[in-house]
Design a binder for this molecule. Structure first.
Ligand SMILES: [Zn+2]
Length: 319
């Protein structure tokens, strides 16, 4: 049994593009904003998979045989971490306990739903209100904003162990890191505050994001302006505002075209039941997901990472 537990990737900054754009700040005023677009390429990536009680990898280029449709959600287990803070230095020791039981409550089995990782995840996803005060909750967190098109900018948080990998797990065209906070509580409070701004959401369905992205790819300049104008409202809410006038710039993270290319994808698959049995190659990374290519008819399937995380993969690697 193989269960997807993570995405591991190496990125390379392909280029930085400086641009000045004029965006609408309010009904009556426009503002001239300087942005720097950091264009990233994913040079290497792997799916981190749990095989029995060990973590291994599935690399791009691996041939796999798909048998059956079992894709049940498996308990996310336990992550215990001890955090030692000394001045500016933070030392984190992580212990991960893998589980093979099916998830019954949200993403956990009945044993681990009482664990430290479960209370952390529950708080991050807004399922629990009690603020966790151990482990992952105590390390710095990123607060990011991402845009996949349409009118919704998503705000999110990620702990610093996961860091920007969290962005690459999701579907986006443009993203930015808004700030780094001391712990999860400060990050989550800011996330809630920012999600009350008009045009900002803290959740968005995968299928909606894919649909939005398809349209956004045809009008990237328009979507960039849209993103930046909402970002200005968020920056205002965080620290009183973007001053403009060439004093500062807004960093925007985006991907090289290759990772945004859905033209060669024949089908978007959010459920394993739609995958036909056969031999496939784990072909490449496309934003927020992976592409499986059928070796017989070359049909390319895009599978969003969100729909395979903590799920059983009904496939076995072959030589
Ligand atoms: Zn468990």
């Amino acid at each position: 049994m193989m269960v997807v537990r993570g995405l591991k990737l190496s990125t390379k900054l392909r280029c930085v593009e400086r641009e000045r754009i004029v965006v609408q700040k309010s009904l009556f005023s426009n503002v001239d904003v300087e942005i720097k677009k950091f264009v990233y390429e994913v040079t290497e990536w792997k799916l981190v998979v749990q095989h029995d009680y060990e973590l291994t990898y599935l690399d791009s280029g691996t041939k796999v045989k798909v048998i059956g449709v079992d894709s049940r959600t498996v308990c996310a287990g336990e992550i215990l971490c001890s955090v030692i803070k000394r001045g500016d230095e933070i030392r984190v020791v992580v212990h991960r306990e893998l589980c093979k039981r099916s998830a019954t409550k949200h993403r956990f089995c009945s044993v681990h739903s009482r664990g430290e990782y479960s209370s952390y995840i529950g708080y991050v996803f807004g399922l629990r209100n009690e603020v966790p005060s151990t482990g992952l909750a105590m390390i710095p967190h990123l607060v990011y904003a991402m845009h996949a098109g349409l009118n919704n900018v998503k705000v999110g948080i990620a702990n610093m162990l996961k860091n920007v990998t969290r962005l690459f797990e999701q579907i986006f065209l443009y993203a930015t890191i808004l700030t780094i906070t001391e712990d999860v509580h400060k990050a989550r409070s800011l996330e809630l505050r920012l999600s009350s701004i008009s045009g900002v959401v803290d959740r968005m369905r995968v299928s909606d994001r894919i649909r939005a992205l398809m349209r956004a790819l045809e009008r990237r300049d328009y979507e960039l302006k849209r993103f930046v104008s909402i970002l200005l409202r968020m920056i205002d809410a965080i620290n009183g505002g973007y001053e403009g006038g060439g004093k500062d710039y807004i960093p925007i993270l985006t991907l090289v075209d290759e990772h945004l290319d859905f033209r060669r994808v024949n089908k978007v698959v959010e459920n394993w039941r739609q995958v036909r049995e056969g031999v496939y190659v784990i072909a490449k990374y496309v934003v927020g997901g992976i592409v499986l290519e059928n070796v017989v008819n070359n049909e390319a399937l895009y599978i969003p990472y969100a729909s395979i995380r903590d799920r059983v993969l009904p496939l076995t690697p072959i030589q």
